[in-house]
Design a protein. Sequence first.
Length: 258
Amino acid sequence: LAKHGALAKQLKKMLDLLKPQDKVRIRYQEEGSELDLDVAIRSLIDFKGGATPDPRINMSHRTDGRDIAVMLLLDLSESLNEKAAGSDQTILELSQEAVSLLAWAIEKLGDSFAIAGFHSNTRHDVRYLHIKGYGEHFNDDVKARLAAMEAGYSTRMGAAMRHAAHYLGARPADKKLMLILTDGMPSDVDAHDERLLIEDARQAVKELDQQGIFPYCISLDPKADEYVGDIFGRQYTVIDRIERLPERLPQLFMALTK
């Protein structure tokens, strides 16, 4: 945030517009954040009169109008170690900055979100790395894991999406969004036909759709238009200027969830 202070201020203005304002009161709760005085008085009268009192004397509040769970899935393959065009930083370093800004923005909005990374070394060794769980805040421990991410190996995307869907699919939310950040097409050292893993990822997208999960790809590959539509249909964006990723990633998220 210190490096991108001006961008953070701009994003905060956008976040304030997106934040749901209306609080809905949920009454008749056995546990809650506030005593429901009317029900509590009736329960006390019942108790003194010898009747069984209603134990649901509390109420809670929820924000109306925004119920979103997000999974941010990061491609951590070897190519992320390359320098980004037009920048003195690697693609991995720019991705880390962009994800930090996005996580800060999502936390401000109050949306439920998790972060995971993946890479693979044949179909027998697909590695899925938990960076932030749904039950965690974007705290120093999570930031340390994000900063410690290393890139290596290949990109078996379909398997990673299916695994991520287990966690996202279990979330109780009206909208479930999986954002896949990648810099290349699905590939692995044991997949000699490049179409094989593209078709596998395409099938994974269909499976996510059937589970009520909305997958969206953010590709950093200038040649992505040649194949990414085969996988994600129209649910993708190609960012040609990777140095703008810290700016574009939070903006894309807000556009997808407004």
